[in-house]
Design a protein around this ligand. Structure first.
Ligand SMILES: NC(=O)c1ccc[n+]([C@@H]2O[C@H](COP(=O)([O-])OP(=O)(O)OC[C@H]3O[C@@H](n4cnc5c(N)ncnc54)[C@H](OP(=O)(O)O)[C@@H]3O)[C@@H](O)[C@H]2O)c1
Length: 520
């Protein structure tokens, strides 16, 4: 049942009537953000346009400064030009001249190498000149590590030895993924961080957690009393999580060859989605209560031995194909990839969570590049009724299915079976659905992930950032898979064509269990 326009209008009206809630007041102290790698790809694409939008939408305090740090020689004026160009290229809206004039006055640049103490002396002098005190007398400093991971150790060490994390400086540190390459390197990075920072100063960012639909998983589960009683092994047959990308590796060959699909997507984004869907209700909506529950999920995930991995995981690498009528090359023919590369671009696997709620329920996860379309969805497959009363010719295999759409369509739909009108006793599949785009009042602002996450860090809210023990527990689940794959010959790659749903073995993984992937 496709929702009629009038239902959408009703939903909007209901939202306006009952959700006439004044938007949360954001009270942010004056701050200085120092972006190590302030001229890099991430800064240009995401951070600087996001900061501009936050300023445009009047979410930033009057007093703030942003200092880019990188090795190339530039003046403040050169940097402002670089930032302006980046905003023009990557921002979601056209630049507003008046706002840009105001924003650009807050931008500064320091050139220097990350491992040179002089760079930090320059930072120290600049902070003395421009950083303003908050009401409580501290100077709020946010260090953003927009740098390749190898630079983290020297920067953290220099921030400490050059005394840029103490005295009146109240510092926070934002770190981009990847958080290590495995459990051991993640633990080493955490040890290094803990020598200089308390855990409550460290913000490990995964932009997936900033997506409204991802945050909504918790709201949907714990604000609606009708689903939680069903959210367990008694009523749920299995759960699927799919993160499908139609893009290839773009210009990230160097990164991707070292990472592969498991480190790039499974270890972080997919584990976070799985934790949000399966965690127990937290005792409050505070960062550590939620993060405690997520860690418990990772710790109760069944550990995988080699035999299990060989049977229940599937790896793939894309060949040439066609996506959206465009011909695409194979992974091995991408720029800067060697013709015999065995880096996997596709993962599918079956996981279990051995706790009271989920014992015996399989979780099927799949992700890959160059798949048929870009879509991220979680599907909750409910058990069949105990008796099949109705027509055995009915085509609906699973009448009750809940689909949580994360991207590109942010929506929730519940699939039901109703009587097909007519003389027979046949079931007909129908949907009840909610769409963020169509059903919310028009004036509801949909923040982009980085907007939400940067504001949270400025406010000091760590709820949407990964904690040290969570990171290490996620790696403990994933390490055995990476090790096994590294130590056994890859299948004959490429083993799926671009524009398909991945290797045939991934279908067999579910067929063996009498199930199938939810098809789009
Ligand atoms: N790009 C993305 O969309 C994206 C998305 C998610 C996560 N990430 C993560 O974000 C981090 C940064 O990625 P990126 O793509 O922005 O990297 P990038 O484009 O290579 O940028 C590196 C930055 O560091 C500076 N730099 C490099 N070596 C330096 C040195 N020795 N001393 C001082 N400055 C130096 C560069 O400036 P100079 O050229 O002037 O030296 C540049 O500003 C990585 O950890 C990546 O995994 C990136």
């Amino acid at each position: 049942m496709v929702q009629k326009k009038s239902d959408s209008t009703l939903n909007k009206k209901r939202g306006e009537k009952y959700c006439d809630i004044t938007p949360e007041k954001i009270d942010i102290d004056p701050f200085t953000m120092i972006i190590f790698g302030g001229s890099g790809d991430l800064s240009k694409r995401k951070l600087l346009p996001t900061l501009y939008h936050l300023c445009h939408d009047q979410n930033l305090p009057d007093e703030f400064s942003i200092i880019g740090v990188a090795s190339t020689d530039r003046s403040d004026e050169d940097y402002r030009k670089l930032v302006g160009d980046a905003i023009k290229e990557f921002s979601r809206d056209n630049i507003n001249n008046e706002c840009w004039e105001n924003f650009s006055r807050h931008l500064f640049y320091i050139s220097g190498s990350f491992d040179d103490a002089h760079t930090y002396e320059k930072i120290s002098r600049k902070l003395e000149q421009i950083s303003k005190s908050a009401k409580k007398g501290t100077r709020e400093i946010i260090y953003y590590m927009a740098v390749p991971p190898g630079f983290l150790p020297p920067i953290i060490e220099k921030l400490s030895t050059c005394k840029l994390c103490q005295g009146t400086f109240n510092t926070r540190l934002i770190i981009e993924k990847p958080f290590g390459r495995d459990r051991a390197s993640a633990a080493e990075l955490n040890r290094l961080l803990s020598n200089v920072f308390d855990e409550n100063q460290v913000y490990r960012i995964d932009h997936y957690l900033g997506k409204e639909t991802v945050q909504n998983i918790i709201f949907f589960r714990f604000a609606n009393s009708i689903f939680e009683p069903l959210w367990n092994r008694r009523y749920i047959d299995h759960i699927q999580i799919s993160v499908a990308e139609s893009l290839g590796i773009e210009n990230r060959a160097k990164f991707y060859e070292k990472a592969g699909v498991v480190r790039d997507i499974v270890q972080n984004h997919m584990m976070q989605l799985l934790a949000l869907v399966t965690m127990e209700p937290p005792i409050g909506f505070e960062a550590d209560y939620i993060r405690d529950e997520k860690v418990k999920v990772f710790r109760t995930m069944r550990s995988m031995d080699d035999e299990y991995i060989d049977r229940y995981t599937v790896r793939g690498q894309y060949g040439a194909g066609t996506i959206n009528s465009q011909k695409t090359v194979s992974y091995r023919n991408e720029k800067n990839i060697t013709p015999d590369s065995n880096t996997p671009t596709y993962f599918a696997g079956k996981f279990y969570i051995d706790n009271w709620r989920w014992a015996g329920v399989p979780f099927y996860l799949r992700t890959g590049k160059r798949l048929k379309k870009r879509i991220t969805e979680i599907t909750i497959h409910f058990k069949q009724p105990p008796l099949r009363l109705f027509s055995s010719t009915c085509e609906i295999r699973e009448p009750n299915l809940l689909v949580l759409g994360v991207q590109p369509h942010e929506e929730i739909s519940l699939h039901l079976g109703v009587k097909r009108p007519g003389v027979g006793n046949q079931l007909h599949p129908v949907n009840m659905s909610f769409s963020y785009e169509k059903d919310l009042p028009d004036n509801v602002h949909f923040p982009l992930p980085y907007e939400r996450l940067l504001l949270d860090c400025m406010k000091g809210d760590q709820t949407l950032f990964a904690r040290q023990d969570g990171i290490e527990a996620m790696w403990s689940v994933i390490d055995p898979i990476i090790n096994r794959w590294d130590n056994t010959p890859a299948p004959e790659f490429p083993n799926y064509n671009a524009g398909t749903w991945g290797p045939e073995e991934a279908n067999n993984l579910l067929i063996k269990d009498g199930r199938q992937w939810w098809l789009w």
